[in-house]
Design a protein. Structure first.
Length: 145
């Protein structure tokens, strides 16, 4: 999924899923640079978790990857996800009521502060999030190391 050149330093597609809720879960993400070049894709299992936990873990994992690998100071990041709930919670539209998810929410905020990033959260239709979803399913199917 090639991205057009844009104002963002990075565009990240994230997804989390569980087979059952809770159930066996995994996260996936793909990172594109500002020129639309794919620079990272990752998927990992999380054990028995909820879908929301997996969604937030995908965001945390992608931001940690940026923190460890980006040479851009104060990057501008567009995080795209098909979870409308997570996008609205992270954008401040909805409150985070679940205590576990609230902890993950604050972890995201701390990472963003450390890397001095400007982050935009965008809800996208599932059809536009196929690469991150693919990483989730590859992880759940045991096809990733």
């Amino acid at each position: 999924m090639k991205q057009e050149l844009n104002k963002f330093s990075y565009t990240i597609y994230t997804d989390g899923g569980s087979r059952g809720n809770p159930g066996p879960s995994a996260y996936g993400f793909v990172v594109y640079d500002g020129n639309g070049k794919l620079i990272r894709e990752e998927g990992k299992t999380l054990g028995i978790q909820t879908n929301n936990y997996a969604e937030y873990t995908a965001i945390i994992s992608s931001l940690k990857w940026i923190e460890e690998n980006s040479k851009i100071e104060s990057p501008t990041i567009n995080i795209r996800m098909d979870s409308q709930l997570a996008a609205r919670q992270l954008s401040g539209i909805y409150q985070v009521k679940n205590e576990v998810i609230r902890g993950l929410f604050f972890t995201i905020k701390v990472i963003i502060q450390r890397i001095k990033a400007n982050v935009v959260y965008t809800h996208v239709p599932r059809e536009q999030n196929k690469e991150a979803d693919r990483m989730v399913n590859l992880a759940l199917d045991g096809l990733l190391k």
